[in-house]
Ligand binder design. Sequence first.
Ligand code: ATP
Length: 360
Amino acid sequence: MSIDVKKPKPILQLVGVRKTFGDFVAVDRIDLDVRQGEFLTIVGPSGSGKTTLLRMLAGMDVPSEGNITLHGELINDVPPNKRPTCLVFQSLALFPHKTVGDNIEFPLKVRGVDKETRKARALELMRVVRLPADYHGKNVMKCSGGERQRVALARALAYDPEVLFFDEPLSAIDYKLKKILEKELKDLHRETGKTFIYITHSLEEAMVMSDRIGVMRAGKIVQVGTPEEIYATPADRFVSEFVGEVNVIEVAKSAAGTWQGVDLPGTYTIRPPKDEDAARAFVVVRPEFMRLLDEGETADNCLEGTVYNEYSLGSRLQYQVHVGAKVMLVEVPRGRLANAARDARVRLGFDARDAIVVGS
Ligand code: ATP
């Protein structure tokens, strides 16, 4: 028997976890291993079942079917306060009329920890989340949004949970602060070494912070992988489109075995789809892999179109190009001469190695 020593053992395991509300299936037979110490983010569009899944993991809801185990022990029915876990809500759920210190110390107080030990622990945690020590006596309502976020994090860490759950804690925060807090959360994860399970509908957030991402759709986890895997090798068209802007060309296999465009005529040179028997597939080309070809330049696949618009994305320029009835997106680094004025006829090209071929 060979043992994979590199793969950390799971702390939480979900087997066939399902949650129904009447006839409605909100979470549909999910199998998932959460590794000890990882930062796992569950992303998915609104209504895909992320919160329902998290509520079951945190003990606020009981699965209709299936098992959730923590360190191998079944915890389906174990209430939240009896689990070594803690949930940080989007609303933060702080006590508004209490001080920063009181808020952080609350979980310790209910567990009967004495005042001095509580204060020492609160000050230690305030250091971890980068709150000045003199904030201990400050009313939490006099803190800024980012500071309150840190108070909520310190409180979540107060009784040293093994797993921290986060329910979209950054969704109501302005962009700049959000970017700072994303990095701080990632640092905090690293410093504490704890297992973080985070849900969000923002893939950008997931990409920045996570070791692994699970993508949910209609109650199922359709793919779990590192941010790079999710981006570079999406499991299907849904994941590829969820991960960012894409150009999609539908193709069908001809009797001769070549791939013919369905929505954009032509023969396409592509890598075979994972399902080798598939008669149809989607060719997904990210805008940064779609090239504006110079005269005489070729690619495995060439298309002709008309430039419709140009957008600045900061460090890059994006072109919208009408090709037949479709709109293709092409991105080039700023500074590279793209030679594509509005209404100009251009040739686009992409190579087989730069295109992802997925099923529906
Ligand atoms: P969002 O990003 O909008 O928060 P989500 O991915 O977290 O969405 P859930 O809140 O888990 O999605 O909801 C999944 C589905 O289950 C939704 O269609 C929702 O209406 C339904 N649902 C959730 N809770 C209940 C409930 N208590 N009773 C009935 N239906 C529910």
